[in-house]
Design a protein around this ligand. Structure first.
Ligand code: GLC
Length: 740
């Protein structure tokens, strides 16, 4: 403890700390020596005492230098511990879909270990499409177990930035356009990870909704849009999910970088939401020592020597000069010690495991539960395994590895079953032919094209093959290349890339039986949609991709996924895009969220624009009949719960699942509000032809909007409409209710 800074408050704190230390010494089982005097003392013994007592005890033993060292990186993905006290380092790793391969101490290069391969789980957009919170919990637990086994204390995920446009390169890592859906899935996911004694690090806080100019773009938006659309999933992650860490984003918000944004970090996160964890910066997202007072706790990835980080020597110097009060440092250290005691210093945490069958099954289940059947004319899907059937599988995505690439979420999967592999293993009788059809060209990891083939010959070969087959299964979409679904850049076109649209048109001339398996994390334009009978949205599915796709294509599993974001017919139908370049991608300095709260289906409803496929849309191989939808009352008060019930009947004798969705909208509001907003959903599963009653409850308080005149939530009295349906554009019943 620096003697010459023993101000009045410090003295109080010092005596308080000593008091605690005294209590600790007198009560703890292994009385530890006073480490500062006795240099041969044993390392810090973790007692069963409350974590806070332990924190005070450790804090009182740290020097100023040791405390500052905890607040910034010592390597690419780790921060110092306190070796003299036996306090361990903190090790972090990407990412949301699995534990990234080991990276070198001082660079972005991979070390090349042989024991760091993992299970690659489906991208979080697929998890969102499951509308299945229980499954989100299993996913979080499994990926957390793999992180634990890889000895990682913080897993840098999940991401919950809202899907504002179909151009954002990182949408595949997030959970769609609706804050309620993302909130309901992120909470169990985080709890699952943290059950392993590994901290989740929910990201990127906040408003990282585009990759273009991500390092500096300044987001300007209304307080309502911030509170009602962009923050709720982060609030749920903190308040309900109890996330132990959160990652500050690269971009600015109203002129201040996210990692040094006092309003965002101190007022909202640590104040309103009472966050007791650690704010970790994105890599290279810190630009000043002001970040310390503005609420940042750990600085990572700055392009500099570690001692010269903003929260390193400059921070130390500012404290010594009295420019920053040491209390600011102590507050960070307490949070960091709390995270350590929950993770790397926790005596309770499990051992973890990876690449085990249970994780593979969870990966497969999330994949099959998240695949969305978008279109199925003439019941093209499922495809029976018939010995007289010849299927021409066409498309580079049938064989292209998708667990690599895409940026920091890329993985070294122990294995990845390709769609073609999965289909060949599943279809023992039908004849499966394959032709690449198109190529995305050489990417960093792509195999070089066979010299004899080029785009024309690839296309011609595929068309010839299609002409000889009974049906075509086109496996295309986007991929993890730059300007596709990848970090660091946004998409440069809304339509399918690499000549796929032209190829589909050519194929449709020689074969009318075309089904499309789209592998992507974003909506795409479909001018050719009338030329294909079936369309399946299958996301980036990870290690079990091919098995899961074969499960659903063959009908072994009945698809039950629902779209977590809207597919606009054309790009200009998207809210943000419709306001022009200042609204997206901005003018390279500022971006203005002019659509305000009308994101996604909120926009399509209000502007009466028909999307190609709506939020919440997803077909099944069976038919469900929803009847008897009702609310328990017509008049509610603010502390009530609205109880919505309905009967759901599975009309065919096969397994399946339907997602009942409840949207609620205020009639004649005195402010601009969407027609309806998702306020409840439930996935109901059927083993055979049976009928089930579904109950969904909505807290009336959830119907409030953020009133900028009082800077708080306000529940309007009066008439509301409850919309009950199976998609945002498939409303089966509307019920008017009154809130008094
Ligand atoms: C990257 C990403 C972030 C990732 C971090 C470490 O720039 O924005 O999501 O966790 O740096 O790789």
């Amino acid at each position: 403890m620096e003697q010459h800074h023993l101000t009045e408050n410090k003295l109080k704190l010092y005596f308080a700390a000593s008091f605690f230390a005294l209590i600790f010494f007198s009560t703890s089982v292994n009385c530890q020596n006073n480490l500062q005097k006795d240099t041969t003392a044993s390392p810090v013994q973790i007692t069963r005492n409350k974590i806070d007592t332990e924190i005070e005890n450790i804090l009182s033993q740290l020097t100023l230098e040791q405390k500052v060292a905890l607040c910034h990186a010592q390597s690419k993905f780790s921060t110092k511990g306190v070796e003299q006290l036996g306090i361990p380092e903190i090790w972090m790793s990407d990412g949301p879909h699995g534990v990234r391969a080991e990276i070198k101490w001082n660079s972005w290069d991979y070390v090349g270990w042989t024991d760091d391969s993992v299970t690659a789980f489906p991208a979080l957009t697929c998890l969102a499409a499951t509308f299945n919170p229980e499954l989100a919990g299993e996913y979080g637990f499994s990926v957390g177990e793999e992180a634990r086994y890889r000895k990682k204390d913080i897993l840098l995920g999940p991401g919950v930035n809202i899907y504002r446009t179909p151009m954002n390169g990182r949408n595949f890592e997030y959970m769609g356009e609706d804050p309620f859906l993302a909130s309901k899935l992120v909470v169990p996911f985080i709890k699952g990870i943290q059950k392993n004694g590994v901290a989740a690090c929910v990201k990127h806080f906040a408003l990282n909704n585009q990759e273009k100019w991500r390092n500096h773009i300044n987001v300007e938006l209304s307080e309502r849009a911030l509170r009602e659309i962009y923050l709720p999933a982060f609030k749920a992650a903190v308040v309900e999910g109890h996330a132990w860490s959160i990652m500050g984003a690269y971009n600015k918000i109203r002129g201040n970088y996210s990692c040094q944004n006092d309003y965002l970090l101190n007022k909202i996160l640590k104040g309103d939401w009472n966050f007791d964890g650690v704010v970790v910066s994105d890599w290279g997202a810190v630009h000043s020592t002001n970040a310390a007072a503005a609420g940042l706790d750990i600085e990572m990835g700055t392009k500099n020597y570690y001692d010269n980080y903003y929260l390193a020597n400059p921070f130390l110097a500012a404290i010594k000069k009295g420019e920053i009060d040491e209390k600011v440092l102590d507050e960070k250290v307490k949070r960091i010690l709390r995270l350590m005691l929950r993770t790397t210093m926790s005596p309770h945490r499990t051992l973890g495991r990876k690449n085990n069958p249970e994780h593979h099954n969870v990966a497969r289940k999330v994949a099959t539960d998240g695949i969305v059947l978008l279109k199925n004319r003439d019941n093209f899907f499922p495809i029976k395994d018939d010995k007289n059937l010849t299927i021409a599988v066409i498309g580079e995505n049938a064989t292209k590895p998708m667990t690599v690439g895409g940026g920091s979420s890329e993985l070294k999967a122990q294995f990845e079953i390709s769609p073609l592999q999965g289909l060949k293993e599943r279809y023992k009788n039908a004849t499966i032919l394959y032709s690449m059809g198109y190529s995305s060209g050489k990417g960093a990891w792509d195999r070089a094209l066979p010299p004899k083939l080029n785009q024309d010959s690839l296309s011609t070969e595929a068309v010839n093959l299609a002409g000889k087959a009974d049906m075509v299964l086109f496996i295309g979409g986007l991929n993890k290349n730059h300007f596709q679904d990848s970090e660091g850049g946004d998409r440069i076109q809304y339509g399918l890339p690499f000549g796929q649209a032209e190829l589909l048109n050519r194929l449709s001339k020689v074969n009318k039986n075309i089904g499309l398996v789209l592998i992507s994390g974003n909506a795409v334009e479909m001018p050719w949609i009338d030329k294909v009978k079936g369309i399946m949205q299958t996301w980036y599915l990870g290690s079990m991709a091919g098995a899961a796709i074969a499960d659903v294509v063959s009908g072994d599993v009945n698809p039950s996924g629902k779209l977590p974001f809207s597919f606009p017919v054309k790009l200009e139908d998207n809210a943000a895009i419709s306001f022009g370049s200042s609204s997206y991608p901005g003018d390279s300095i500022n971006v203005y969220y002019k659509e305000d709260i009308l994101v996604g289906y909120r926009w399509f409803d209000t502007k009466k624009i028909k999307p190609l496929f709506a939020f919440g849309h997803g077909l099944s191989y069976t038919t469900f009949e929803v009847s008897n939808a009702k609310t328990d009352k017509r008049n509610y008060s603010r502390n009530d719960q609205i109880k919505i019930t309905c009967d759901v009947k599975n009309k065919e004798n096969i397994e399946g699942a339907e997602v009942i969705q409840v949207y609620i909208g205020k009639q004649d509001s005195k402010v601009n509000r969407p027609i309806k907003e998702l306020k409840g959903f439930k996935k109901v599963k059927f083993e055979n032809a049976e009928e089930k009653q579904v109950t969904i409850t909505v807290d009336v308080a959830q119907l409030a909007y953020f009133d900028e005149t009082i800077s708080n939530w306000h529940l309007e009295e009066g008439k509301y409409t409850v919309f009950i349906g199976t998609a945002s554009d498939k409303i089966i019943k509307k019920i008017d209710i009154n809130i008094k």
